[in-house]
Design a protein around this ligand. Sequence first.
Ligand SMILES: [Zn+2]
Length: 136
Amino acid sequence: MTGQTAKIASPCECGTMAMRQVNQFMLHDELWWDSEFSCGSCGTYLCEHASPGAAPADVREALLAAHGPVKLRLISPVPSLVPALKVFREATAASLTRARELVEELSHDGVVGTLPVMEFLKARLQTRAVPVDIDR
Ligand SMILES: [Zn+2]
């Protein structure tokens, strides 16, 4: 399973521009993200965040900017998209409306996002016998 890392410039209390390093990865079958702040100038180091769940927009954007998006799509027709709908509801905590949109995207142009998220969804969908693959 592939994890991704990106760096985000972030000002430190000491007045210099420091770095946040953000990571998105799979751990124990869950999608995690974490964030560390470190300043090379004053030596401040903070673990800002580490838990499973969807990454916030700034983290997602930094990962997409660093690695580019990938596309998850259906590779053959399925008799029913209900299993896919269930996966999106459970795995992303999406509303029913949003989950329907994701299923629609999956069966047409593909769902676009970071590689760790798409691999996470791919594994969940394959468990429910939904034939999907990732275009990179
Ligand atoms: Zn500092």
